[in-house]
Design a protein around this ligand. Structure first.
Ligand SMILES: [Zn+2]
Length: 105
């Protein structure tokens, strides 16, 4: 009985987390400082990645343009292995290994 309750509680927790992320209330973690004013942040629940700039107070989804721009300014972009990964995926679907760059669209 205890395990059924634990499974139910886990399902409810994941469902609540899903709706929090869906409404923009992500569980952010700084994954790399890029400059004194900007950093790359990612959500530990949904693994989505964003660029944040403190000067203009903006958070926007991270894409290949940010990757290219920062690398052209001499910043070595290092992704965590869980970034861009689907939350319940056992393997990365879009990379994540060191040196990985988001694919061209
Ligand atoms: Zn999220």
């Amino acid at each position: 009985m205890k395990t059924r309750f634990a499974a139910f509680a886990g399902t409810v927790r994941r469902l609540v987390g899903f709706f929090k992320c869906l409404t923009g209330h992500h569980a952010f973690e700084v994954t790399q400082a890029l400059s004194p004013q900007s950093c790359r942040i990612a959500c530990r629940r949904c693994n989505r990645v964003f660029a944040m700039n403190e000067d203009v107070r903006v958070v926007v989804p991270w894409d290949r343009e940010f990757h290219r721009m920062y690398e052209s300014h001499g910043v070595k972009i290092r992704y965590k292995d869980w970034e861009f990964r689907k939350p319940n995926a056992s393997v990365s679907i879009s990379g994540g290994e060191p040196g990985y760059a988001p694919r061209e669209c």
